[in-house]
Design a protein around this ligand. Structure first.
Ligand SMILES: *Cc1c(COP(=O)(O)O)cnc(C)c1O
Length: 431
């Protein structure tokens, strides 16, 4: 199967972490997301161990929690001694409910509101990742009012195009994120920041995009960042402590994609960085990375109940399910690849080419087009694999569809992680 936590049992049912998905669908209803906790922990440990091994004890990974944010995941991240990357006060609030030590948190975002700045400082967030100088001014003045010095790092755009989907490219000069090195604006920002009294410049950040399989892209970005650190050292006499290289490691969603060996990836990047650092004669910074997708994506699958099929002779076939863009908007947003399988009848011959459609009143509400699966019947359970990242966290109530239930599996036991929304939940803010 696509990942080692998936299997098929003697009843021909799809299993995750050894549990029968059809039984889980019966117990909890559909749409249902099932998360294999041991896979999340495994992924976190790979990053944690590899970063300490190859970059030294001070180095650590941050879980990019926008990929899946809820109390449960912060609990696991805390137990696994991960740092976290936050992009909003809502994520911060959620992490604080689990007493997450936010001195190991980095606060992102290209528009931190006054509320965000105050709340994050009052909560003791370790680092602000500063996106622009307007924001820097405000962070400095709020820190001044509070009588503190806030640690910050500057988000820079190294001018790299990682050849992934345009909507998930973030490191180009014309990005909405960060300050460009190429235009000289980064130099200005460094000089400007160093003069500020209530912020302390600790280093630089870059994040070039997501779903990247090519290590060269990371090395290209790292090379530019290290050259820049060296340039800043000679121009301003300032030595960088932290180099945050962002996230973006690719995940295998479909058979034709590779399964990356993240430890090997980190080893190679570390080798490259050590060479570059040595060559440019700067001190080795503490390297931080921010994996999101590669921590949670392959831990989870989504189960749907098939409503029916429709064959349009000479055109195409449709399979309709009881979820769709409200629980997974990624196909509608980015035409993301997914593997679809008939969880309730895995041994049946796959000979039905179809488009899997969600239940919303929106023709773009598709989960995948042109997949070949066994022809399902009404009531069959259909699964979309590798849905742990940017699915629940992007979920909406479009068409007043309640968000699904998320179930965790650990040590063979199932438990609710996020309850299914109710109709009362849907109207709780309606006045
Ligand atoms: C989204 C994001 C990440 C995580 O990216 P993944 O592709 O999920 O690993 C990390 N850092 C920043 C700044 C991001 O915006």
């Amino acid at each position: 199967m696509l990942h080692e936590n998936l299997s098929v049992n003697e009843r021909g049912h799809l299993c995750i972490a050894g549990r029968d998905t059809v039984e889980l669908a019966e117990k909890y209803g559909t749409p249902l997301m099932v998360m294999d906790e041991s896979r999340v922990r495994r992924n976190m440990r790979i990053y944690n161990n590899a970063m300490k091994k190859y970059f030294g004890e001070k180095s650590f990974p941050l879980f990019a929690s926008k990929s899946f944010s809820c109390k449960y995941i912060y609990r696991i991240a805390k137990e696994e001694k991960m740092g976290i990357d936050l992009v909003s006060s809502g994520e911060l609030y959620t992490a604080l409910q689990e007493d997450f030590d936010v001195s190991r948190a980095f606060l992102h975002g290209n528009n931190k509101t006054d509320f965000d700045i105050n709340y994050a400082m009052d909560s003791g967030v370790g680092y602000f990742v500063v996106d622009n100088l307007t924001e820097l001014d405000r962070i400095d003045s709020v820190a001044c009012e509070k009588g503190i010095t806030q640690k910050i790092i500057l988000r820079l755009t190294p001018g790299i195009d990682p050849h992934t989907h345009a909507a998930i490219v973030t490191g180009r000069v014309d990005s909405k994120f960060g300050i460009a090195i190429e235009t000289g604006q980064a130099d200005y920002a460094v000089e400007y920041t160093l003069k500020k009294k209530n912020v302390r410049l600790c280093g630089f950040h870059c994040h070039i995009g997501s779903q990247i399989f090519d290590i060269k892209t990371f090395c290209d970005a790292a090379e530019i960042m290290i050259k820049y650190i060296s340039h800043v050292k000679s121009k301003f006499g300032y030595g960088v402590e932290v180099l945050n290289l962002g996230g973006g490691f690719g995940v295998k969603y479909i058979e034709s994609q590779p399964e990356l060996d993240y430890e090997e990836f980190i080893r190679l990047i570390s080798q490259f960085i050590h060479n570059e650092v040595e060559r440019s004669g700067i001190a080795m910074p503490t390297v931080v990375m921010e994996p999101g997708r590669s921590i949670v994506a392959d831990s989870t699958l989504t189960l749907y109940t098939v409503g029916g099929t429709k064959e349009i002779p000479g055109f195409k076939n449709y399979v309709s399910v009881d979820g769709g863009m409200p629980d997974n908007p990624r196909y509608a947003l980015y035409q993301s690849d997914y593997t679809v399988c008939l969880a309730s009848n895995m041994n049946k011959k796959a000979d039905f080419e179809c488009t899997v459609a969600g239940r919303c009143c929106e023709s773009g509400d598709l989960l995948q087009e042109n997949v070949i699966i066994p022809k399902p019947e009404r009531g069959d359970i259909l699964s979309v694999l590798v849905t742990g990242a940017y699915n629940y966290s992007m979920a909406s109530n479009y068409n007043r569809i309640p968000r699904p239930c998320v179930v965790g599996i650990a040590d063979g036991k199932d438990f609710t992680v996020i309850r299914r929304e109710t109709f009362e939940d849907l109207i709780k803010n309606d006045v």
